[in-house]
Design a protein around this ligand. Sequence first.
Ligand code: HEM
Ligand SMILES: CC(C)=CCC/C(C)=C/CC/C(C)=C/COP(=O)(O)OP(=O)(O)O
Length: 305
Amino acid sequence: MRDAVADDTLKMESSTWLWRDFLTLCKPRVVVVMLVCSMVGMALATPSLPPAAAVTFGLTGIGLAASGAAAFNHILDRRLDAMMIRTQERPLVTRRLPTSLALLWASLLSVLGIGLLWWQVNALTAWLTLASLIGYALIYTAFLKRATPQNIVIGGVAGAAPPLLGWTAVTGQLGPEPLLLMLIVFAWTPPHFWALAIHKRDEYANAGVPMLPVTHGDAFTRLQVWLYGWLTVAVTLLPFAIGMSGLLYLVGIVLLNIRFMIWNWRVWRGHDPQAPINAFWYSIRYILYVFGVLLLDHYAAIWLW
Ligand code: HEM
Ligand SMILES: CC(C)=CCC/C(C)=C/CC/C(C)=C/COP(=O)(O)OP(=O)(O)O
């Protein structure tokens, strides 16, 4: 009797673990932030509320496809992940999940995501999402990541797509505004990632991944964080400059950028060894707040005026 209870507990624990592992393959926190950016892209695409069907199917499709891309990344990187402390507890490294099952999971998520966008949203969004999926899962992960320190700059195009995908899900069209939203995420990616890469430089070096701090050293990477930080500041001022967003956005973005650049300045100076990792965590809050303030400004303009 006692053993049967123990067995059941074990079964329950292992099935919870199994689901957790499937979820881990999706990089859920990254995908959630991407979906926030997509949602803001959807909201800004129309002066009224975006249609419920485009929002529901659009977010589900983009979320499934991004999760599929993340799962492919886990598969292709499993040997490399085994060489880094940060990633060595991942389910395919510890073999809690067999690679074949992960491949099935990644394919299922990707086909469902792209299929849903194709049938229920529009062909343009489906094609662009497929391009982002291939861009991250294959071009970045399998080739660029191992080949050049510019990997995350080029690969950043795929990661930056979500606000544009949200926009096209609602309008079926491209335009300068969604490209600008994409450009914000694109410019933000180097300060976001290189701050972390400075902190984890030795792990990347041991694994033989040519990230910028490994190939060009800390000082050069810190300077790049500072310079791309300024590029991000310039790009985030454009929505106001072109009349896409109003005064509320301007005030919000100036405050956010001051904080963002204080962190990037600390990284650049290099006096505080904890500055890069703190700047990395702030970068995630920053991108959420930037899209949050774009959204607030948009609805304030519609409802208050
Ligand atoms: C090529 C582009 C990108 C690269 C190379 C990159 C790299 C990374 C890495 C290595 C981590 C892991 C940190 C850890 O394990 O503790 C991370 C975390 C994160 N990234 Fe990025 N990132 C990119 C683009 C993006 C984009 C576009 C978003 C969202 C819009 C994003 C949002 C996040 C979030 C929310 C986390 C925290 C995840 C967590 O807490 O588990 N990243 N990023
Ligand atoms: C369809 C669509 C919108 C696709 C976007 C896909 C996506 C989830 C991009 C995430 C970007 C990211 C976390 C890169 C880090 O990869 P890494 O391998 O360098 O980091 P790791 O070492 O933590 O795995």
